[in-house]
Design a protein around this ligand. Sequence first.
Ligand code: NAI
Length: 269
Amino acid sequence: MSFNLLKGKRGIIFGALDENSIAWKTAERVHEEGGSFVLTNAPVAMRLGQIKDLAEKTGSEIIPADATSEEDLENLITKSMEILGGKIDFVLHAIGMSINVRKGRHYTDEKYDFTTKGWDVSALSFHKVLQSLYKADAMSEWGSIVALTYMAAQRTFPDYNDMADNKAYLESVARSFGYFFGKEKKVRVNTISQSPTPTTAGQGVKGFDGFISYADKMSPLGNATALECADYTVTLFSDLTKKVTMQNLFHDGGFSNTGVSQEVIEQFS
Ligand code: NAI
């Protein structure tokens, strides 16, 4: 169902790799709500992914950008404003990757080159996106910027590895930059803390199948899907949430406030 919540709004969507990606679902929902946008991803991911299909479906252009490169980001922002015909109203940062996880390095045996690269991609890239938008004065007043995160930033999930630290940093950046973006430009900055979701990045976490079904059993409403995350993001991009900023917003079916559920107790009794 569409409510035209984003009619006339322009945006940039990072991180649509394939149809499972949260960013992919978000692009589809934003399109349905009347928003127009530029799609972007790392050049290497673009060769692997099917982003062209999404661009065709949503009438969008694609601009490759490595989110760790300030030069790429400046180019992306300038070109997006040209293509879309004005300043940007919404941005989705849906980027994450741990090289330690990919290479099977345990949290107690990190290779720090991998740690640094993973932090740059997953966490510092959000600061780079925000700073590039800020310096270019590219955001419209009452614009909205959202990044995706996970609860391992607050509580320990052993196999989440160094991504837990990256997410803690990412959430801190949203608060810190959100202050300046709010004061100077009336722009809001938030993170959505999403349930485990079966995507390429999600399935990189060791033991993902057990992890996702445990979360589902622990959540009174069940896990939130990628499409539901897209719906929630649409509300944050809309004018209905203009005074929500500097928040980490749990979108997890109630998982984060549940001590234990009946289903989980039954496994042990
Ligand atoms: P995904 O694998 O579909 O998306 C991750 C994206 O990051 C890919 O499109 C990839 O190409 C992009 N990327 C990697 N390096 C990049 C770079 N240098 N520059 C630009 N883009 C780059 O997976 P998903 O799950 O949709 O991930 C989106 C976000 O959601 C991530 O921040 C992830 O940590 C977060 N998240 C995912 C959860 C899950 O269980 N899948 C749960 C909570 C948060």
